[in-house]
Design a binder for this molecule. Structure first.
Ligand code: HSE
Length: 438
């Protein structure tokens, strides 16, 4: 099937799988803007599949277009481009596959299906000589897939680092600025509609993990399965950590990173990290997203903008739809692997660490902790004793280490937890390295 016009009104037929806030914004972009502003590539919303047809929607679509019947979109010969906005793997994977096999182009905002089954879907698209575009799946309105796929192909990508989850960035920013605790800010984010009722995908780092998997596959031409990516969410970050981090010259962000290291291979990781206050990533606040790409030819590049929201996501979806409508070149092997990278283990990652302990405030405690770290070949950079509780004889010990190997740190942490004088290990956070500094 080609990009020839098939809908009754001429132009290309678009079928929407999902007409929630993003689907409505896409439909509006087609009906209220695109048709009048760029008649050279007429687009028509031929069908939209929804769960509940009775729901009122803020777009001027003929009600006959909206139904619960999948066959009005998937494999319907009047639909040239399927826009998949359902999310999740099941049943989206099957619907996308069926559409591609029927010769329909697909545009998706679905990071989970692109992370977990993207290679299969891209292969199906190539076999059927149709496009599968997914700019909206990562970082909402920020163009990042297109640059990695097209503009930066001459580069060897050295690293990708980003804040690519707006919900967690909103929460961490509030915690940093207001000294609030995670649970309180999460409730506020839920009441404002920034966080889902079940916030797991965002706060436990799954959303960022899917997105970095998609970006890493493109940047490094290799499969980066979601289960090889190190993942930690933000539930264990406490208001106190922002206070102490700030005294040390840092803030805390949920970072998603894919970094190539010649010797050990490609390491992908998602975790909260201490970021020096004077680097741009430290100032990406609220629901904003940012991605820093370092290529060997271009050097460092910086992409920042709205990572979610109906209109920014519709912007990315429509960019892909219009590219197809204008006759994008036939599907190349953008997921091919000229020289796949080996996947590195998190155990080999080297960085500085921030450790916060609740310990007894008595002689020899710090010496014991220092001995355990020393035995694991970890050198201490600085120590703060804070919030001494004279009545109970406790204090917070905040230790910054010099760069150390992750496996050494994990074994040291197990031993520190066993020390009689250590009541709790409250936080273990990695410090992100920038240039020569941490
Ligand atoms: N839930 C995502 C976020 C937006 O908070 O960034 C969709 O990818």
């Amino acid at each position: 099937m080609s990009s020839s016009a098939r809908s009754d009104e001429g132009g290309m037929g678009v079928g929407l799988l999902g007409l929630g806030v993003v689907g409505t914004a896409v439909a509006k972009a087609i009906v209220e803007r695109h048709r009048s502003e760029d008649p050279s590539v007429p687009l028509n919303v031929v069908a939209a599949v929804v769960r509940d047809t009775s729901r009122k929607r803020d777009v001027d679509l003929d009600p006959s277009v909206i139904s619960t019947n999948l066959d009005t979109v998937v494999a319907n010969p009047d639909v040239d481009i399927v826009v998949e906005l359902m999310g999740g793997v099941d049943p989206a994977f099957d619907y996308i596959t069926k559409a591609l096999e029927a010769g329909q182009h697909v545009v998706t905002a679905n990071k989970e299906v692109m992370a977990k089954r993207g290679s299969e879907l891209l292969a199906t698209a190539a076999e059927n000589n149709v496009h599968l575009f997914y700019e909206a799946s990562v970082a909402g309105g920020i163009p990042i897939i297109g640059p990695l796929m097209n503009d930066l192909t001459a580069n060897k990508i050295q690293s990708l680092r980003g804040i690519i989850n707006g919900t967690t960035n909103f929460i961490l920013t509030k915690m940093a600025h207001e000294g609030a605790d995670f649970d309180d800010v999460l409730s506020e984010a839920q009441s404002l509609g920034y966080a889902e009722a079940d916030p797991t995908a965002d706060v436990d780092g799954f959303d960022a993990l899917y997105k970095i998997s998609v970006l890493a596959r493109l940047a490094y031409h290799t499969e980066v399965p979601v289960d090889v990516i190190h993942r930690e969410g933000i539930r264990e970050v406490h208001a106190k950590d922002f206070r102490y981090a700030s005294e040390l010259g840092y803030t805390i962000k949920l970072l998603a990173v894919a970094q190539a290291n010649g010797e050990s291979g490609l390491l992908s990781r998602v975790h909260p990290a201490l970021i020096p206050l004077d680097v741009p990533m430290a100032s990406v606040n609220g629901v904003l997203n940012a991605v820093e790409v370092e290529g060997d030819l271009v050097g460092p590049l910086w992409f920042q903008g709205p990572g979610a929201g109906p209109n920014p996501t519709a912007s990315a979806v429509m960019g892909d739809v219009i590219r197809i409508a204008k006759g994008a070149p036939s599907n190349g092997s953008s997921s091919s692997a000229p020289k796949p990278f080996p996947i590195a283990s998190m155990d080999d990652h080297v960085c500085q660490y921030y450790i916060r302990l609740t310990a007894s405030d008595r002689p020899g405690v710090l010496a014991n902790v220092a001995r355990v770290l020393g035995d694991a070949d970890i050198s201490i950079n600085s120590v703060l004793q804070k919030d001494t509780d004279i009545e109970n004889g406790h204090a917070d010990l905040v230790i910054m280490t010099h760069p150390a190997r992750e496996s050494n740190m994990q074994s040291a942490v197990s031993s520190i937890k066993e020390l009689d004088s250590v009541l709790r290990l409250d936080s273990l956070l990695r410090v992100e390295t920038y240039g020569d500094r941490a």
